[in-house]
Design a protein around this ligand. Sequence first.
Ligand SMILES: Cc1cc2nc3c(=O)[nH]c(=O)nc-3n(C[C@H](O)[C@H](O)[C@H](O)COP(=O)(O)OP(=O)(O)OC[C@H]3O[C@@H](n4cnc5c(N)ncnc54)[C@H](O)[C@@H]3O)c2cc1C
Length: 528
Amino acid sequence: MEKRQVVVEKSHEVPVVKEVDVLVAGGGYAGFGAAMAAARNGADTLVVEQLSALGGLVTMGYVGLTFSYIEGIGYELFDELKKVNAVKGRFLDVEKTKVVLEQMLLKEKVGILYNTTIVDSIVEDGAIKGVIIHNKSGRQAILAKRVVDASGDGDVSAYAGVPFESGCPQLDNYNQASSLVCRIGNVDLARYKDGGDDLTALWLKQVQEAVDAGELPYMIDKRVNWLVIVPGRDPKHQEILLCYAHSRKCRCLDAWDLTRQLIEQRLQNQWMIAFCRKRIPGFENAWLVDTAPLLGVRDSRRIMCEYKVTGQDLVDGRRFDDAVMRGMHAFDAHHPTEPGHIKHIVNENGKGEKEKCYVNPGNWREIPYRAIVPLKIDDLLVAGRNFSSDFMAQSGNRLVLECLNMGQAAGTAAALSIKDGVTPRKLKVKSLQARLIEMGVNLATAPEYGTGNVSTKCEVKREDLLMPEENKTGQASTVLRGDRRGNYKFFTENDEARKIEEFARRKAQTQEAAGYTNTGGDVGTNLE
Ligand SMILES: Cc1cc2nc3c(=O)[nH]c(=O)nc-3n(C[C@H](O)[C@H](O)[C@H](O)COP(=O)(O)OP(=O)(O)OC[C@H]3O[C@@H](n4cnc5c(N)ncnc54)[C@H](O)[C@@H]3O)c2cc1C
């Protein structure tokens, strides 16, 4: 008998269970920002989330480490987190963060619907009218005047028929390596801190030796990406979040491959805890508590909008007339096919030679409104890691707080466009920018942090297109400024040209200013 290639799903009526002004798809940091902003601008708002909590990768993926540029609602979030001792420097208590995010949304009268997956978009006459959801109650419809796609994977936009890209074009469109973050208990922090002046070097050396000795069956990654020292714990029995596991050659839109990644990395985390117990001071009696409920997917769909942000825009520190937010992180692509990170793009210069171009961490650039207004479909906006970009631009703009800021812009635009009776595409950008400035987003003046000086570091080397690069000493440092606004602003600066002593001095100063412990934030890596 011939094998069936397709089956026909029965068509049926779906009950409309709710109508709202703004529906936010996904409750990650982008969705949170979008929902807060939409509600504050007068829209009846609902967040639909497939998991059982808000925060997305930050809380459910255990990425309790939020980088980059705080604006507007981000300040309030940090203030609320501080009140419950859920944040220290950049480190978060992810369980408390879930509660804070919920309470902040509820205070703005935003509806939250958990354990509900959006499975389709309702499109009529070229505009989105709502979504089809599936949950314990079955298949249902929710209608909305505007939808913000903050699903991280751009599900709603793709279902609506908006074109998208995924992965690295030079590497067979593989996505960045994914990471399943794990939670470790019972680390003796004092012993760990005594592990030497340069803990980054310690991890690098021990990983290499463990691979050579066969204790780690293969080089998963050369360095530990980061570890988060969870605030509010007993330092003698410290809880940490650790990002080391990696899958390569990822197809992050393929459920079968995502399953492969989960299985592979759960095993890697078992190897990692054995490695830590044997080789890292302070981890002798540590245990693996669990792995994150959500796989750490760094990139998947990039939804094509009226403008596609490019890696070159980041290198050039580009500003836009219709800017709605700023970013200042370097390129940060976890290599799709082999251990290491891609920190540059390659250009051809006037002489026909190849140039490697870096982003100076700390050089700020802008994201235009057009990069969150999707092609083809009206009344839809996107926010977060699925915004309109090329592979390298996404890698540098996927940071947690940049996603939140994009969400603020999208949520505000959604609500204002309803008030003005126009589609988001036709919204007057000046009025959107004015409203964002009122909400505490600095678009008007140069930030008092970040260099703003654009300079590229280029060297002619044809052979190393997309070659992974090692973490370099002095790659970047993170600085927290003292005043209220600056309190949480993370400012990175390129130290490559400076002497190592200068780097150490500044690092010590800034750690002191930020109340870091010796291990604060920079263990294993400076960037993500
Ligand atoms: C391993 C790892 C480490 C990282 N480290 C750092 C770091 O140190 N610092 C930093 O700043 N950034 C880091 N990042 C990047 C950052 O965490 C993310 O880019 C950012 O949090 C993305 O936010 P988001 O809201 O756009 O998407 P997400 O956090 O992915 O949120 C999307 C939400 O939508 C929900 N959703 C998806 N599809 C549907 C659907 N169909 N229906 C309903 N709900 C849906 C998801 O469950 C999720 O809650 C890291 C990322 C990873 C993966």
